[in-house]
Design a protein around this ligand. Structure first.
Ligand SMILES: NC(=O)c1ccc[n+]([C@@H]2O[C@H](COP(=O)([O-])OP(=O)(O)OC[C@H]3O[C@@H](n4cnc5c(N)ncnc54)[C@H](OP(=O)(O)O)[C@@H]3O)[C@@H](O)[C@H]2O)c1
Length: 238
């Protein structure tokens, strides 16, 4: 018997990076997993996992996805827009169309999805949103992402009160090695990881399993709501 035996865990973003690690660990803990992906045919889900089509940028897709879900115990949303990296620029250089698309997916798509899933959420269930350290730490070229992640954290706190007894928490990862950085030239990417590792108290960047462990805790601990959990190797210590 795992800690999530009998639970239905929905992971939007479960096809990649932290979401995939959360889906895998939740499955190991006995959960039944549904993943939302824009391209469900791209990968074959292991036993105990179902993949359904979902595009957070399309209201009808969100409605169709929510309609197909059995009662949900835990809803985890790690998805972020492909244009995220393109917004990492000084404010005068940001293409606002890129920034609009990252807000459209990670903030507005997430809020729309939560609203659509609410009728299926069990009262003892939980929701986990994802922000990032730029919400509270100044980082060069992170004006757009800082605003986005702060908005997610603000929404998470409000939702924890509004949706109670459903628990709502935000997980704020530091730099984690995921496919999100695959588009960077390899040398630049490795230099970024090495510099960040050297700057952090823990001496390394994050791994997806660090984040999955924290997500399982947020699903299982019934006394945690309205929090922002920083899983960042000490990034906020300066
Ligand atoms: N990696 C880091 O260092 C880092 C640091 C701070 C914060 N974060 C945040 O942590 C979260 C997880 O990041 P990650 O690096 O694990 O992500 P990732 O590996 O880049 O995966 C992104 C996921 O988003 C999904 N997605 C993209 N557009 C979508 C859409 N329109 N509708 C539905 N799903 C969509 C993709 O699914 P499909 O392609 O299958 O649709 C994919 O599963 C994100 O919110 C990110 O902003 C990451």
């Amino acid at each position: 018997m795992g800690r999530l035996s009998g639970s239905h865990v929905v992971v939007v973003g479960g096809s990649s990076g932290m979401g995939a690690a959360i889906a895998t660990l939740a499955r190991t803990e006995g959960g039944r997993i549904t993943i939302g992906s824009r391209n469900p045919g791209r990968f074959s889900a292991p036993e105990g996992m179902t993949v359904l089509p979902l595009d957070l940028g399309l209201p009808q897709s969100i409605a169709d996805f929510a309609e197909r879900l059995d009662p949900i115990d835990h809803l985890v949303i790690t998805a972020h827009a492909a244009a995220t990296l393109q917004t990492l620029k000084p404010v005068q250089a940001i293409d606002l169309a890129d920034l609009e698309s990252v807000f459209r997916i990670k903030l507005f798509g997430t809020l729309r999805l939560i609203g659509a899933c609410l009728p299926a959420m069990t009262r003892h269930g939980s929701i986990i949103l994802f922000s990032g350290a730029a919400s509270r730490r100044t980082i060069p070229n992170h004006v757009g992402l800082g605003a986005l992640n702060a908005a997610v954290e603000g929404a998470g706190r409000q939702l924890a009160r509004e949706l109670a007894p459903i628990r709502v928490n935000v997980l704020s990862p530091g730099l984690v090695r995921t496919p999100a950085y695959d588009a960077m030239p390899a040398a630049d990417r490795e230099a970024m990881f090495a510099a960040r590792a050297a700057a952090l108290p823990v001496g390394r960047v994050g791994m997806v399993d660090d984040i999955a462990l924290a997500a399982i805790h947020l699903m299982c601990n019934g006394y945690v709501t309205g929090t922002v959990q920083d899983i960042d190797g000490g990034a906020l210590l300066g």
